[in-house]
Design a protein around this ligand. Structure first.
Ligand SMILES: Cc1cc2nc3c(=O)[nH]c(=O)nc-3n(C[C@H](O)[C@H](O)[C@H](O)COP(=O)(O)OP(=O)(O)OC[C@H]3O[C@@H](n4cnc5c(N)ncnc54)[C@H](O)[C@@H]3O)c2cc1C
Length: 382
């Protein structure tokens, strides 16, 4: 693995400082409790140029790459996996647009994401189409210069945020295989005919998880990205960056858990001495840190390959799998180390315990990642 540049080290320091200043423990707790989107923090990310981390300078960005993006995501997720979804969602949609949008679309949309005028979210899953993306039914029909959309999407993270545009994957040709009949169309969340409902979920309360109903929702045809029936190419174009974002987020949050558990083990006294002086607790923490270090190594190995323009499908799939399971594992151990305090809503470990649980499901479940890895090894999984 190549080393981080001086600029990347500085980027990490500045994002860490921003998060310390603007996302205090009280702020994170209050937002989680109120299930409120962190608009003030998002504005700070915008001011710091972070929404342009991996956007070329010609569109107002910083001209960075997948590594810069991973650094931003990791540092945000160290504080909150939930907040990271607000940033990550905007970013991986922006990258898909960068890769598949027309020049006019890039010039129109990318400066808007960098300036914070618009946010992006991904809208692919449906009630009958989760792991089996090909089963999606929401459809768009061309009428002159517009598309008319009907159907329902599910589990759309951060769709309800102010100024959000959903990257909706839908059928434009139901007569063929989904890889040939799906298109990507951008739909603002306040478009007439679009109705959103925030769902009551276990965690990730601030970004929020939404179901979205489309009833004759009409959008201009220039909202189509990558050409009609070319949506699957957009999915694939953004896939590796999406997994870099997911994996780096899991690493950051898992490190947040380990540091919280280690601090607690040093401070909490029972039997007249810190609980961390018990070998069983100290070894748990050592194992947790080892897993997180391995997760980071896998993630950045993949991110460096992606940044170099190399194919990293195997590495990034393994990173998504390993980091998500690591986050779940360490959060579970962190709960044990904090005893009753971990289980209390007055402390932060429970938030990780709730927020981590979706990481092995969202953006492709662990089982689907294993199927993919095995497939890349020449094994035919049914
Ligand atoms: C918090 C959260 C946020 C999300 N955000 C978004 C978002 O922003 N946009 C979006 O489009 N979607 C989003 N999703 C949806 C997510 O991508 C799906 O939940 C995921 O793809 C799994 O689909 P499903 O929930 O329908 O489960 P199912 O596909 O029904 O799977 C159920 C179980 O069966 C297993 N399984 C299914 N098929 C196979 C197979 N072939 N081999 C082995 N095991 C299999 C799965 O691994 C899982 O364990 C989000 C989900 C969550 C929980």
């Amino acid at each position: 693995m190549t080393a981080f540049t001086t600029e990347q080290k500085l980027l990490r320091e500045s994002v860490r400082k921003l998060m310390t200043t603007h996302a205090s423990r009280d702020y994170v707790r209050a937002k989680d409790k109120a299930k409120a989107y962190p608009y003030e923090l998002y504005d700070e990310w915008v001011k710091a140029g972070m929404l342009g981390a991996a956007i070329p300078e010609q569109y107002g960005g910083m001209g960075g790459n997948a590594i810069d993006l991973a650094i931003c995501v990791e540092e945000i997720a160290y504080v909150s996996a939930d907040f990271q979804m607000c940033y990550g969602g905007s970013m991986f949609c922006a990258i898909a647009l960068l890769m598949k949008g027309s020049e006019a679309q890039k010039e129109y949309w990318l400066p808007k994401i960098v300036s914070g005028e618009r946010r992006f979210s991904i809208s692919m899953s449906e009630p009958e189409a989760g792991s089996d993306v090909g089963a999606l039914r929401t459809k768009a029909e061309r009428h002159g210069d517009s598309y008319v959309i009907n159907g329902q999407k599910l589990w759309n993270t951060a769709a309800g945020a102010r100024g959000n545009t959903m990257f909706v994957y839908l059928k434009t040709d139901p007569s063929v295989h989904y890889r040939k009949g799906v298109s990507l169309i951008l739909v603002d969340n306040d478009t007439p005919g679009v109705k959103l409902n925030k769902l009551d979920m276990l965690g990730r309360h601030c970004a929020g998880t939404y179901e979205v109903f489309f009833t004759d929702a009409k959008v201009d045809a220039d909202r189509l990205v990558g050409g009609e029936n070319k949506g699957w190419e957009c999915v694939l174009a953004g896939l590796q960056i999406e997994r870099v974002v997911s994996a780096a987020g899991n690493c950051g949050s898992a490190q947040g858990v380990v540091d919280m558990a280690a601090a607690w083990a040093k401070e909490r006294k029972q039997f007249g001495r810190p609980i961390g002086t018990n070998q069983s607790i100290a070894h748990m923490i050592a194992d947790m840190q080892t897993d997180v270090a391995a997760a980071k190594a896998l993630t950045y190995q993949a991110a460096f390959k992606v940044a170099a323009g190399e194919d990293a499908l195997a590495e990034i799939t393994m990173a998504k799998l390993f980091t998500s399971e690591t986050y779940v594992k360490v959060a579970n151990m962190g709960m044990q180390i904090m005893g009753g305090y971990g289980y209390s809503m007055e402390f932060d470990m429970q938030r990780h315990y709730r927020d981590c649980r979706s990481s092995t499901v969202a953006a492709g479940s662990s089982q689907i990642q294993r199927n993919l890895i095995a497939g890349l090894m020449g094994l035919k999984v049914q």
